[in-house]
Design a protein around this ligand. Structure first.
Ligand SMILES: [Zn+2]
Length: 600
């Protein structure tokens, strides 16, 4: 089939798709992709499909939506017709079930081909071929891992690829762009392709650019080979496009704020965006859970997500590992402070007492969409990422201890995803993973995953802290990564002391079950208007919490809930509490060994 994506109207929030699709005479079905790889759910944005017209030889062909499978459109193909023409309008800025916001601005368009196509769904997308073209707005440029057949002005014709490769090849474009060659070697390159709403946001400080140039060598050192022929990290910089990161074999679709590259605080908070998605080329795209890989994007082939504790959980560790080894997200010596920050978030989550990680991964298509109050009771998709990092770090320290420092997770990654090939998929099961780990260091790995993934685990993996030569403490000193996030989000964290997270205006976003705030009856959505008879400000709040170190008096709050005001008294003593790691004297610092640069 062919598809021409005319995005000249992208600055106005829509684009046109013009397709030709081979068909057979008689009843025939065309489908809009439903299960989108990397989004781990039935997230195809059906409501973005508008003005669908199907015709053959200039004659309109009526279509009818399936009554059960809303992604399927039935037509009757006249005899003698072997190709139909399909035209539709793609709405780009419509809130939908995965992207709650814009994909195009005046200056940028995020290009995911699954949004621009219909196809014959009873096919194998590795054997169904597509020739795609792109028509850009004047003066715009694009980035894509798709090979180019020809380019003439604003029109780009790509070479014929499989449907799998097309949907696996996001094609971002924009008015203000910068193509950075981040690495060259082995006869190929990796690129970072930037698209910004404002030209000044394309300027990366030299030290940061140097860190990003270490990303590919560190990844090659970690995995010992590659499964891409070329690689593009496509990054949009816009406050109008919500943050996102979607992995692909030879590229990634990365979206962040205007100032992502120009603010050190943004790099500390989100500096694993590109490394995480890059690591997915090995872990997720090349190696994939056996039941997540399906012949195409529609019924009857839903993805099954229970092994995301490896796909995303290990990848969270790999993304941070690469970000610290490269120096993007902080120095290697900053990792213990970062670890304390993520460990505490998992340890102080009441939902873990009822809901095991396997439920969160199995239910991932819904947990990804979960938002709003009481997330700490329900848990959400972020948990198998963060807890995955703790678990794989624990595994790393176990391997290092069992082998007296001779082996590490870096040996596992090479068994799991080493070697070099073009983009392809090799699937795995849970027992494959346990087998690879046993090859590195014999241990009860089945029992290990049983404990932390397949059972309720009231504590996250914790033994790695002492094994790495540290102990966890809570003190009044702010945690650097926690404080940085609060500055960026304009929020106040009192999660480990009073048990509440607040916006800067005093509005409560979540309350920790069993905490002083919970016991006093505070709830998300309430706004704290005054504390200890003083108007609420972040300083007034922090001052009052600080005073509880010495005072036995309860905190007195004036709280507004909808149109009602009430006085609430919170019995809390002990001052502010923020997590940190401190070294155990006379032990080996395993975190320093793990996070040091590994590329030669
Ligand atoms: Zn991921």
């Amino acid at each position: 089939m062919t598809v021409v994506l005319d995005e000249r109207t992208a600055p106005r929030g829509f684009a046109y798709s013009h397709m030709t699709i081979p068909v057979k005479p008689g009843p025939f079905t065309l489908a809009y992709p439903e299960w989108i790889p990397g989004e781990h759910g039935p997230t195809g944005p059906l409501n973005d499909l508008a003005q669908l017209k199907i015709s053959a030889g200039g004659q309109s062909i009526p279509w009818e939506r399936d009554r059960v499978d809303m992604y399927a459109f039935h037509i009757n193909v006249p005899s003698g017709v072997t190709t139909v023409t399909v035209d539709f309008t793609v709405l780009l800025n419509h809130p939908n079930n995965f992207v709650d916001g814009q994909l195009a601005t005046r200056n940028i368009m995020v290009g995911n081909w699954n949004r621009y196509i219909l196809y014959q769904p009873d096919t194998d997308n590795t054997k169904y071929f597509v020739r795609a073209s792109l028509i850009l707005p004047p003066a715009w440029d694009y980035a894509s891992a798709l090979p180019v057949a020809s380019r003439s002005g604003g029109r780009v014709d790509f070479t014929t690829v499989t449907l799998e490769t097309l949907v696996d090849s996001p094609t971002d474009s924009g008015r203000y762009y910068r193509h950075i060659t981040s690495w060259s070697g082995q006869g190929t390159h990796t690129y970072i392709d930037l698209f910004a709403d404002h030209p000044e946001d394309l300027k990366m400080p030299a030290s940061e650019l140097a860190a990003y140039k270490r990303m590919t060598p560190e990844a090659l050192a970690l995995y010992g080979g590659r499964h891409w022929n070329v690689y593009h990290s496509e990054l949009t910089l816009s406050d109008l496009i919500p943050p996102q990161g979607i992995e692909h074999h030879q590229s990634s679709d990365d979206r962040s704020d205007d100032t992502f590259l120009t603010s050190h605080a943004e790099q500390l908070a989100g500096g694993d965006l590109l490394t995480h998605e890059f690591s997915h080329s090995w872990n997720g795209k090349y190696r994939r859970p056996f039941d997540l890989q399906q012949p195409n994007f529609n019924r009857p082939f839903p993805e099954h997500t229970e092994l995301l504790w490896q796909y995303e959980g290990m990848n969270q560790y790999m993304g941070d590992l690469l970000a610290f080894r490269s120096g993007i997200k902080g120095k290697p010596s900053d990792y213990p402070e970062y670890f304390a920050y993520i460990y505490s978030a998992m340890a102080y989550e009441p939902g873990r007492n009822t809901t095991p990680i396997i439920d969160v991964t199995t239910g991932a298509p819904y947990y990804y969409l979960a938002s709003g109050p009481y997330g700490s009771l329900r848990r959400d998709a972020g948990d198998f990422y963060v807890e995955g990092e703790l678990m794989w770090l624990d595994a790393d320290t176990i391997i290092r201890q069992l082998t007296h420092g001779k082996k590490s997770i870096d040996d596992y990654t090479k068994i799991y995803a080493g070697g070099t090939s073009g983009p392809r998929v090799v699937t795995y099961t849970r027992s494959d993973l346990e087998h690879y780990l046993n090859e590195v260091a014999p241990y009860d790995w089945h029992g290990f995953f049983q404990k932390y993934v397949y059972s309720i685990a009231p504590q996250p993996p914790t033994d790695e802290i002492a094994r790495a030569g540290y102990r966890l403490v809570y003190t009044a000193k702010p945690n650097m990564y926690e404080a940085n996030r609060e500055t960026l989000r304009k929020s106040i964290g009192s999660w480990y002391d009073v048990g509440v997270n607040l916006a800067e205006d005093g509005t409560i976003s979540d309350v920790r079950e069993g905490s002083a705030a919970w016991n006093a009856g505070l709830a998300p959505g309430m706004q704290i208007v005054a504390i200890n008879s003083r108007e609420f400000t972040p300083d007034a709040w922090n001052g009052a919490i600080g005073a509880t170190t010495a005072s036995f008096a309860p905190l007195t709050l004036l709280v507004k809930q909808a149109d009602a005001y009430q006085n609430i008294s919170v019995s809390y003593r002990g001052g502010p509490k923020h997590p940190h790691l401190v070294r155990l004297p006379g032990t080996t610092d395993m975190f320093a060994q793990i996070m040091r640069p590994h590329a030669r």
